[in-house]
Design a protein around this ligand. Structure first.
Ligand code: GTP
Ligand code: ZN
Length: 303
């Protein structure tokens, strides 16, 4: 009998139910299965240790400690899907109208996990609607979120606007339907665009497919991009109240003035956040969103 092979360290680049495609440092791929129930909880972006089996399979031995773990919510369910994300690219567009509530939730999800958000304002060629879209984003731009205007139809323009920001990072792409996420993905990585087109064609023809999250390597200057077809909203209900608060960075300085250390910034006397709200230094819509997320979580509702 030959001795068991040594463990190999790799990164999960796609997940289909309980089997994973893992990529190793030499660029090789293996289809991997979790060994026990405990090893089953890997997500795309996880660094894992794999025991090779045969030429191109392996068992998942362990998942390394992750920097963050993100949940997506679909049909009232929430499930983990991406890990070790550095930057979130949120695609909105001049038209159709985007939801400010979903955008605010996406930002809260990013900030609560220490991920830098970037807003991509797509369809900048639709010039008539551009001032109104900019206006809707003004509060967030004022908080320091980069807002990058581009047209996803202009491939060279997309690369010029984004390539340097994406390099050296694991980026996660998020967008409501119709914002142009697929067009943008195709401009950034034709390989990724082709894979998602195949996926949606399969859905149209009724062939069985499972929605799969995938990590793509971007062409030079590089960077990784995670696409999760249909990903429109984070699941936030696993967040504690403090983590939700962390999703609203403009609360941090005024919260230092709160009388109570466990202030929820909703009705307490001597609350620095409510004082900043009353003085117009915190946007009322942002505070209302914060309260909605806390209420949803308290009610056990799922987004
Ligand atoms: N004018 C203009 N239209 C665009 C631009 N980018 C995408 N579109 C159009 O917007 C529509 C939606 O684009 P998609 O890339 O399919 O959008 P998506 O966000 O992936 O949407 P779903 O497929 O519904 O998830 C398509 O008709 C695109 O041609 C752009 O920069 N300018
Ligand atoms: Zn307070």
């Amino acid at each position: 009998m030959s001795a068991p092979q040594a463990l190999l360290r790799g990164r999960v680049i796609s997940a289909h139910g309980r089997h994973y495609i893992v990529e190793f440092e030499d660029g090789s791929l293996r289809q991997c299965y979790p060994r026990g129930k405990k090893a089953g909880a890997a997500a795309v972006g996880d660094h894992v240790n794999v025991r090779p089996e045969g030429r191109d399979e392996g068992t998942l031995d362990s998942v390394e400690t992750r920097r963050n773990l993100l949940y997506r919510s679909d049909d009232m369910r929430s499930k983990q899907f991406a890990a070790n994300v550095d930057q979130l690219l949120i695609v909105v567009a001049v038209e159709p109208t985007f939801s400010e509530d979903l955008l605010g939730r996406a930002l809260a999800g990013a900030w609560s996990a220490d991920i830098e958000p970037v807003i991509v304002l797509n369809k900048s060629d639709l010039a008539a609607g551009l001032p109104a879209a900019r206006q809707k984003l003004a509060t967030l731009a004022g908080l320091g979120v980069p807002v990058i205007e581009l047209s996803a139809h202009d491939t060279n323009g997309v690369r010029a606007a984004l390539a340097d920001r994406l390099t050296g990072k694991t980026n996660l792409l998020l967008g409501q339907s119709g914002m142009g996420k697929s067009t943008l993905l195709n401009a950034l990585s034709p390989e990724a665009g082709a894979a998602t087109r195949e996926h949606s064609q399969a859905l149209d023809t009724g062939r069985h497919t499972t929605t799969s999250t995938r990590l793509y390597h971007l062409p030079a200057p590089g960077g990784d991009l995670i696409d999760s077809p249909g990903f429109q909203a984070f699941g936030l209900q696993h967040l504690s109240s403090k983590e939700v608060e962390h999703g609203f960075p403009e609360f941090a300085a005024p919260a230092e003035q709160c009388r109570f250390y466990n202030c929820t910034h909703r009705h307490e006397p001597g609350c620095g956040v409510l004082a900043a709200l009353a003085a117009g230094r915190i946007d009322p819509a942002r505070h209302a969103l914060y309260a909605r997320i806390l209420d949803d979580n308290a009610a056990g509702m799922r987004y």
